[in-house]
Design a protein around this ligand. Structure first.
Ligand SMILES: Cc1cc2nc3c(=O)[nH]c(=O)nc-3n(C[C@H](O)[C@H](O)[C@H](O)COP(=O)(O)OP(=O)(O)OC[C@H]3O[C@@H](n4cnc5c(N)ncnc54)[C@H](O)[C@@H]3O)c2cc1C
Length: 149
């Protein structure tokens, strides 16, 4: 909202789950419009994004389809790690994060290393994800070197 003329926050429910202080920051911004009870049906545009097809109050007598004009779309739904495909392959914690041992990137399977948000329930920042990427690469290199010796 500091960079764009106008921001729409499309919220499927009729409330925000963020902390009160974060909600207030959004509400206080003149250029943010919150669209509650709204789902995105699709995006449209020829060469670049030009808008989104939306529907509000799905499944009720107030259901209404409408379009908004936008030139950027940021998808952020939920905080569940996308680790379904690793289930039964490497150890995951109760929330689905890949379990790494100690301060390393080693998973429960020798030679498999985890980096980034999937193994980080706490920080989930670009720089910490990149840092663990570096560590995983070094751990993998060391693993290969030691396997060959
Ligand atoms: C709205 C938002 C704002 C953020 N703002 C900041 C910020 O200001 N500063 C900051 O430091 N961090 C911010 N973050 C967090 C930051 O984006 C993440 O911490 C970082 O991107 C994590 O990197 P990653 O490589 O672990 O995961 P991701 O960047 O999520 O990369 C995972 C990749 O794996 C791909 N993938 C998923 N499943 C499969 C599959 N089955 N096969 C192949 N590929 C697959 C995905 O498409 C994706 O490209 C923000 C995040 C969000 C959502």
């Amino acid at each position: 909202s500091n960079l764009a003329q106008k921001v729409y926050l499309i919220v499927r429910k009729d409330y925000l789950r963020a902390s009160k202080v974060m909600q207030k920051r959004v509400m206080d911004k003149d250029n943010i419009t919150i669209l509650f009870n709204t789902n995105t049906l699709g995006l449209f545009g020829s060469e670049f994004l030009e808008g989104a097809h939306l529907v509000e109050h799905v499944g009720t007598d107030k259901e209404r389809k409408f379009d908004i004009n936008i030139d950027g779309f940021f998808l952020a739904i939920g905080h569940n790690p996308n680790t379904e495909i690793f289930k039964g392959q490497v150890d995951l914690d109760a929330q689905g994060y890949v379990v790494v041992s100690g301060g390393s990137t080693a998973t429960s399977v020798p030679g498999v290393f985890a980096a980034g948000d999937v193994a980080d329930p706490h920080y989930q920042q670009a720089i910490s994800a990149a840092g663990t990427g570096c560590r995983a690469a070094l751990d993998a290199e060391r693993f290969i070197m030691e396997s060959q010796s």
